[in-house]
Design a protein around this ligand. Structure first.
Ligand SMILES: Nc1ncnc2c1ncn2[C@@H]1O[C@H](COP(=O)(O)OP(=O)(O)O)[C@@H](O)[C@H]1O
Ligand SMILES: O=C(O)C[C@@H](O)[C@H](O)C(=O)COP(=O)(O)O
Length: 314
């Protein structure tokens, strides 16, 4: 039995060196990406048994993507391989103030976008303690939204816990559409991750700090709601009340992946029966994530427990 199974689009991230633009750079750093696989990848490094389903062709780019997540222990037996098709790309310009960082997607007509319910090995994907889904995959196409809804409904019927990360991406869909699709999924989820910003954009829920998590919890009837707010704090609402956690700010080397590593570490706590402990792990691991390149965070279980350099300085 798996601890967590998930479905999401395997991508290649191509990052422009600091101080250059996509329009003039001659070099790109290549890493694998996928929000759901990032979460599975971090959890598997922490000793959890995870499986990731995507649709990828037989190509070198697909191998590059699969090998990065396989190397940290994610089970690939649910990966759907097709003879040909595109692998999604995303370009990242890190930006330096006043220039904002910029993401450019090149993910139309990819193999994953046409995934069908009958393509997935549901017996295996539902042989799990926890099903993890994000708003990114429901945003891509009608087909991907249908598969995720099937995944959630089938898990719900079998009393399998569901975790949702709203992860709103304005480049992929509108707030109205996100609200329409994600409301049903949120109301089946036992734990919801929704940043304070996304709560406002997607659900029109505004408020000070943990008040946002409280309102989300009330709106969807989830047992736990965890809301990130960048370096401003992490807010929690659960059966034991509210919590408001401080972030120990570190300089950012590479931002993408911090949110996913936070979610994964919190789910590590959830799977161990203690979400608040998970948030402490999340606060720690997301700091590591910000200080190294690539979306997938590399960590050893012992690093969850030891203080980071900034902890020691303080
Ligand atoms: N400058 C920072 N220093 C330390 N931790 C940070 C910093 N920025 C973000 N984090 C951590 O990363 C987590 C995720 O960041 P956030 O930007 O809220 O997520 P997302 O990438 O999903 O939008 C935060 O909850 C926080 O714990
Ligand atoms: O699927 C996407 O659109 C982006 C992901 O590939 C990427 O890994 C990501 O979303 C990172 O998210 P974060 O951890 O919230 O920065």
């Amino acid at each position: 039995m798996f601890d967590l199974t998930t479905i999401g689009e395997g991508q290649i991230r191509l990052t422009v060196p600091q101080g250059e633009r996509l329009s003039n750079t001659r070099q790109l750093r290549m890493t694998a990406a996928c929000s759901e696989a990032n979460v599975a990848g971090l959890l598997s490094q922490l000793g959890r048994h995870t499986s990731w389903c995507s649709v990828l062709p037989h190509s070198d780019l697909a191998e590059r993507c699969i090998s990065e997540f396989r190397s940290v222990g994610v089970d690939m037996s649910n990966m759907i391989r097709v003879p040909e098709g595109r692998v999604a790309l995303y370009f990242m310009e890190p930006g330096e103030p006043p220039m904002p960082s910029r993401v450019t997607y090149d993910r139309l007509n990819t193999a994953f976008r046409e995934i069908r319910v009958e393509d997935v090995n549901w017996d295996s994907m539902l042989n799990t303690r926890l099903v993890f889904v994000t708003g990114i995959t429901t945003a891509l196409t009608k087909a991907t939204a249908k598969v995720i809804r099937h995944f959630v409904d089938a898990a719900h019927e079998r009393n399998i816990d569901i975790a949702l990360d709203v992860n709103y991406r304005g480049l992929l869909w509108s707030p109205e559409r996100a609200r329409e699709v994600l409301t049903g999924i949120a109301s089946r989820s036992r734990i919801i991750f929704c940043s304070r910003k996304d709560a406002g954009i997607v659900f029109g829920i505004e408020g000070e700090r943990a008040e946002v998590s409280r309102q989300l919890r009330e709106a969807f009837g989830a047992e736990y709601v965890v809301s990130t707010d960048g370096h401003n704090g992490v807010y929690y609402a659960g059966p034991d009340g509210l919590d408001d956690r401080q972030v120990d700010i570190v300089p950012v080397i590479d931002r993408p992946g911090a949110g996913d590593s936070f979610v994964a570490a919190t789910l590590h706590g959830f799977l161990g029966g203690d979400v608040r402990q998970g948030i402490s792990y999340g606060l720690r691991v997301s700091k590591y994530a910000l200080t190294h390149h690539g979306d997938l965070t590399h960590i050893t279980p012992s690093e969850l427990a030891i203080p980071t350099t900034t902890d020691i300085i303080r």
